[in-house]
Design a protein around this ligand. Structure first.
Ligand SMILES: Nc1ncnc2c1ncn2[C@@H]1O[C@H](COP(=O)(O)OP(=O)(O)OP(=O)(O)O)[C@@H](O)[C@H]1O
Length: 576
């Protein structure tokens, strides 16, 4: 067992130490009842042994004790289960909260380079395994150990020789179990990782179904899944095999110990060193004694799985975060002056993308960024929004260097519409009012009209109360973009970013929205990334980018007059 993983789990369990203490006390209480019951049965057996000499008052007292012990045992068991469930759910709650928060803080590059399905598997399955698996097996292990110790004490008090037989032979059973358990751990860990990969693959293939069918890749993806399934199957069989070995091995050893005690006890009775009643108690103890060892294999199996799961969670939670809120000035109103000063940036250290990038934007200006695919247009937006940190240089917002601004202050200043519109499961109203949840129905309708969205909504079954599926599965891409545009119009941001915001909208509707966009951009610093040049001709400044650098800069007329790459691009779109 990994000490680091246990330390990690203790970080979360520390705050529940009172509940844990109550769990241990209830477990001890249940064990004490469980230990006394065979003794009282033995006493009752001795009291009944000679039918001619039954002392009824004593017998009734013994039976009452038996009933009291049984009731107390049941109550302790009930409490034990309640406490274990309570701790497990609190632990799962804390882990999920922290993991989800971590997703918000991790660098986007981490999320870009890690499978989302595997992440989901860690947050859902692995947390479940820790909650139920770890706490249950911890409880069972503690109960099993207390039972073993309690029975040993009782045996020592009743008959030292029998206790010695147990003491000498039981360690063999424990030794064998732990040797096998140690071997099994790595197989359980492998199984967990394969399960994460499988999750990721199924999620990816479900999302990409149209592409899979379009390329007729159904059988290839099925074959890939088959291979993953087989690997999981193989690793499952191996880990279960080793896990299952522990059980029969320890059972055989324990059965031999039990038989030995039975034989020896019978001689003790014949020699008059033990009464028949106490002999039955001893046999009962011997049986109970082997039970925890029989259970221990499945407890260890469960514990191994839970520990492997917590190691995966620990790895995720120990990833370095990028988004720490350090700056304090949170209530700033921006005029909209933006300066990129000698900015350099790359996604991968050995592949420089943006080098010595300089740009000065005055308040209220509209900056259009155009250029071929992969030129770095969206990257500039990523840097502006501080989704990624610059490698060198600085971005100033109203003369303030980014380090002096909190991330949330920076991002709050921008309204952003991206190429991939995001629609969540909720009504049309809720989707439009996402950035301004207090907006009235009238305000929502007004922006929907400005975004040319209202006629479409009027045709829906429940108009603004129509339910939209997650990711807007029941809408076209253009309709989704229109909703995102209306959403931004409602937030009245200080600055605006439109990254291919109208790429999926038909030219007629785009032209109709344009007027409202122009109004929205008036006196607001705006950055527009566009492939269709018709929408950006009135921009105050156009940047033509290629290979991460600005190749040409000026107004539409200036760039046309220059007859460079921008002019070529423009002419190619308008067939001049
Ligand atoms: N998350 C990322 N990780 C690694 N490389 C990336 C990432 N995002 C973009 N890139 C790379 O950076 C370069 C610039 O990408 P960017 O998205 O800024 O281009 P773009 O000009 O916006 O292109 P498009 O017009 O196709 O949207 C590309 O070569 C791209 O492969």
């Amino acid at each position: 067992m990994n000490k680091q993983t246990l330390t990690f789990l203790w970080r979360y369990l520390k705050s529940k130490s009172l509940l844990l203490l109550a769990l241990l006390v209830s477990s001890l209480f249940a064990v004490v009842c469980q230990i006394f019951i065979p003794l009282v049965i033995g006493i009752a057996t001795d009291q009944l042994f000679d039918p001619q000499a039954i002392q009824w008052t004593q017998l009734i007292q013994t039976i009452i004790w038996l009933i009291i012990l049984a009731i107390m045992y049941m109550l302790a068991q009930y409490l034990l289960e309640r406490l274990a469930n309570n701790i497990a759910y609190q632990l799962m709650y804390d882990l999920r909260q922290e993991m989800f928060q971590k997703i918000h803080q991790l660098p986007l590059s981490y999320l870009d380079s890690h499978s989302h399905g595997d992440l989901v598997s860690r947050l859902v399955n692995d947390v479940d395994l820790i909650g139920t698996g770890f706490i249950q097996s911890f409880k069972n292990l503690f109960t099993a150990i207390s039972l073993v110790v309690g029975i040993l004490v009782m045996m020592l008090l009743l008959n030292i020789k029998v206790a010695l037989i147990i003491l000498i032979f039981t360690p063999i059973s424990v030794l064998v179990s732990s040797i096998i358990a140690n071997r099994t751990y790595k197989y359980f860990q492998k199984q967990m990782n394969l399960r994460g990969d499988l999750n990721a693959y199924v999620e990816e293939m479900t999302i990409m179904q149209s592409e899979v069918r379009g390329f007729n890749y159904q059988s290839d993806t099925q074959a890939q899944l088959d291979q993953m399934n087989q690997e999981l199957h193989k690793s499952g069989v191996v880990s279960q095999f080793y896990g299952a070995l522990i059980n029969p091995t320890s059972r055989i050893i324990n059965a031999l110990i039990y038989a030995g005690i039975g034989l020896f006890g019978a001689f003790e009775v014949m020699n008059g060193h033990l009464s028949v009643g106490i002999f039955t108690s001893v046999l009962n103890y011997a049986k109970q004694f082997s039970k925890p060892f029989d259970d221990i294999s499945s407890i260890i199996n469960e514990l191994q799985t839970a520990l492997a799961a917590s190691q995966r969670i620990e790895h995720f939670l120990s990833a370095e975060i990028s988004e720490k809120e350090e700056a304090t000035n949170s209530s700033i109103t921006f005029n909209g002056e933006i300066v990129f000063d000698n900015v350099a940036f790359s996604y991968q250290p050995n592949k420089p993308l943006i080098r010595e990038f300089n740009l000065e934007v005055s308040a209220g200006e509209t900056v259009a960024i155009v250029g071929p695919t992969g030129a770095g247009k969206s990257t500039l937006i990523n840097l502006l929004m501080r989704f990624y940190s610059v490698d060198r240089g600085e971005i100033f917002y109203d003369h303030l260097p980014s380090q002096q601004l909190s991330l949330s202050t920076t991002r709050q200043a921008f309204g952003m519409v991206l190429q991939d519109p995001w629609i969540f499961a909720g009504t049309v109203h809720d989707n439009i009012a996402y950035g301004n949840p207090k907006a009235t129905r009238e305000e929502v309708v007004a922006v929907a009209k400005q975004a040319q969205l209202d006629p479409m909504i009027q045709q829906m079954d429940d108009q603004y109360d129509t339910w939209l599926d997650e990711d807007g599965a029941n809408l076209s891409n253009g309709q989704k973009q229109l909703i995102c545009i209306a959403r931004i119009m409602l937030t009245h941001p200080e600055m605006l970013i439109l990254d291919e915001a109208t790429s999926a909208i038909d030219v007629k509707t785009e032209a109709a929205i344009q007027e409202n966009f122009d109004q929205l951009m008036e006196n607001r610093t705006s950055f527009i990334v566009a492939h269709r040049l018709a929408t950006i001709q009135s921009a105050d400044m156009i940047l033509y980018m290629a290979d991460g650098a600005v190749k040409e800069q000026g107004t539409h007329q200036e760039l046309l007059a220059r007859q460079g790459d921008y002019a070529k691009l423009y002419n190619s779109q308008f067939n001049i």
